[in-house]
Structures are given as C-alpha cells and as structure tokens.
Design a protein around this ligand. Structure first.
Ligand SMILES: C=C(O[C@@H]1C=C(C(=O)O)C=C[C@H]1O)C(=O)O
Length: 369
C-alpha cells in the first residue's frame, strides 16, 4: 500500500500528518472497535453527513505530530479553469421552499446548501491543495482526508479549512465551539460591511438560529457529563470572509474512556449543518439538495486513549485526483423569518474560502446545479 500522505489535520496549535494505510474502515463502529481492541493506535479521516452510512477512516502506518508551522507563502497562481455554481435563483428558490416547510411546521430549522464545480487547469496533489488552504485560510483547521475507503469515492479527497470545532476531547474534558448565525465581512463590491459584527450579535433571527445548535449540544452532552459550562450568550468570531456567532462549551465527561470518534458520530450532524429536529431536517435536505456524502459531516482523528479532535466538514472541496475536478459546497441555516437574498450573499461569502485556495478563475463562471 502507498506510504504517501493518508490524512492531514493542522490548526494553530499542531500539525498532524499520517502516512500510509495499515487498515481502512468504512464505518465508525469498526474503527472505534479497532481502537478499543488495540488493533489501531490512531484513526483519522472523514465521517459522512449521515454518520451511520458513510465514513472513510484509516489507521496509518505512521503518524507525525509537530508544533504548528508558519503559513506557507500564498500561492498566487490560479488552478481554476472553469467554474459552475448553483445559480442564485435556484438557491433562492430552495431557501424559499425551506421557509415554506418551516411555516408548515415540518421543521424548525434546516440548513440549505448550494454547490460549485470546477475543472482544474493542472493536476493538483492533495498535499498541494492542503498548502493552498494553509496559505489562504487564516486560523481555520486545514484538513485532508482520503475518501477511498468509501464506495464510489476511490481517488477522491475531502480537503478544506473549517473554522468550526465539533469537539476536542482530552482526558475527561470535552470542548465544542458551535458556529451558527453568519454575516459576510465584505459586500458584493469587496468593501467592509459597516457594523457587521454588532448587527449579527443583535440579530434575533441569527440568535434563534444559533440557539438550536447550543440546545442540541447541551441536550446530548449533559447526560454524559458531571459538569458542563454553556455560556448564556454567543460571541462573534471572524473567519477571513464571514462573521459567525460562536459559543464555547466545556464539559467534564463522567466516563473519560468514551472516545472522541464515538462522540463525533454522536454529535454530528449538529443543527449548524443539518437542522431541528435532526431526522426531519435531514429528510428535507435530501429532497431539496439530493444526497450529501461527506460535506457537512466531520473530519478528525482519535488515538488509542480516546483523545482526539474533530471539525465540522465545511469550507471544503472534494478533489477527484484522476479527473482534476473539484466540487465544493456552502450552506446556511434557515429559520422562520430568513431572507432568501441574504442567504445567497452568505453562501457566496462562504465559498470564498475554497475560491481563495484555488486562485482566480481563468474563465467566466457558468451556471450549473
Ligand atoms: C453550512 C455551513 O456553515 C454552517 C452554517 C452557519 C450558519 O448558518 O450561519 C454557520 C457556520 C456553519 O456551522 C457552510 O459553511 O457550508
């Protein structure tokens, strides 16, 4: 088997790189069992949006942890030849159908996404794509997961720069920083939006959107914890392109042997990327968007002690290494009172993480689905 990079995860603290594949797991249960039995010392990879059916996890030959290294210099060259994106009008209509479903009482919140496809002008390796995200994505966690362990995903990688920590588990401490509620930092002309963070912090619609996620995490984590600290109000946090509402949650686990991998599958997908109630929102997403595979799942790692870290798999792309094509996604939470035009602007801003990593488009955008 190949001894090249098989998984990467780097943030402002550390850089984890795994090489080779000793064993591959298509389910969280199998990977968790391998960690528990001692068959695997480290597992890294991606859990799909539907964690019960989709996962690509590997136990590598070798894993390297090093202190965070400085950003690689920004690459200025573009690798994007053609681009197509779900048209604004189609996204607006999808958001309106989500609002109608909320008004009809089918769900309270649902996260609706659009996609972007690009053909690359040259072959880009997963390592090169990681460097592009590291050079352009600020403090986000840059990840790369080989999806070959999942049927129909041979030769594909999920690579991106997620700002959102699903969970970090060290010993008995579990830490989550859910994001929900967003505002673009720049307007359509690239100028900073005045008072964007203050208006977001006061927006009733965004505070409601955010509360669904915090309530969900509190509900799942409380029975597992002897103590849990959930701040009453979110703070505002900026990525390079978007302001978010965020709430740092810290819990002390009653059973410190519960693994970070098990917790990731238990928590994902949160209402930050799915909705409330979870099953009804996931069904509605299937109707509106079609099947989501790895977007809006989780990417991360877990060691034999059960410690590890997982981010929500957003601001990412799927790279097909054989065809040099990519697909990326951007979504936003819809609640009663959401505005379809604002959702178009929000998803446009969220795409900038991927678009900055790819470089300017050489040909004008086409529309697609
Ligand atoms: C769904 C995405 O982002 C999520 C949705 C957010 C929102 O609706 O405000 C904010 C952060 C993320 O939890 C995405 O980036 O594709």
């Amino acid at each position: 088997m190949s001894s090249g990079l098989s998984f990467g995860y780097s943030n402002t603290e550390f850089n984890a790189r795994a090489f080779g594949v000793r064993a591959a797991y298509g389910s969280v249960t199998d990977a968790d069992a391998a960690l528990r039995s001692g068959a695997a010392e480290f597992v890294g990879g991606a859990i799909g949006f539907d964690a019960t059916t989709t996962a690509s996890l590997i136990a590598p030959e070798h894993v390297d942890f090093s202190a965070a290294s400085p950003e690689t210099p920004p690459s200025t060259d573009s690798v994007t030849r053609t681009l197509s994106v779900t048209p604004d009008a189609v996204h607006r209509a999808r958001v309106q159908s989500a609002i109608d479903a909320i008004d009809a009482g089918r769900v309270e919140k649902v996260v609706v996404a659009r996609s972007l496809q690009a053909e690359l002008s040259e072959a880009v390796t997963p390592e090169q794509m990681v460097d592009r995200f590291r050079a352009t994505a600020g403090d986000a966690t840059v990840f790369a997961a080989d999806l070959s362990g999942s049927p129909d995903h041979r030769g594909r990688w999920l690579i991106g720069a997620s700002p959102e920590l699903l969970l970090r588990k060290r010993g008995a401490t579990v830490h989550c920083v859910p994001y929900a509620g967003s505002a673009p930092i720049h307007d359509a002309d690239g100028l900073p939006v005045a008072d964007a963070a203050d208006s977001l912090a006061r927006s009733d619609k965004d505070l409601r959107e955010h509360a669904y996620v915090v309530d969900y995490l509190r509900e799942i984590l409380s029975p597992l914890c002897t103590e849990i600290d959930v701040p009453a109000r979110p703070t505002t946090i900026a990525t390079r392109h978007v302001w978010h509402l965020a709430t740092p949650i810290v819990g002390r686990l009653a059973d410190p042997t519960i693994s970070a991998l098990h917790l990731a599958a238990l928590l994902s997908p949160t209402p930050a990327v799915c909705g409330t109630p979870t099953a009804a929102a996931a069904a509605l997403i299937g109707e509106i968007e079609g099947r989501r595979d790895f977007y809006a799942g989780a990417v991360g790692w877990c060691d034999a002690a059960g410690d590890g870290e997982w981010v929500v798999s957003i601001r990412c792309l799927e790279l097909d290494t054989a065809s040099s094509r990519i697909t990326a996604w951007a979504g936003g939470g819809i609640v009663a009172g959401s505005d379809p035009d604002a959702e178009v602007a929000e998803t446009t801003a969220k795409f900038q993480t991927v678009l900055s990593a790819l470089g300017p488009v050489a040909e004008p955008a086409r529309t697609g689905n």
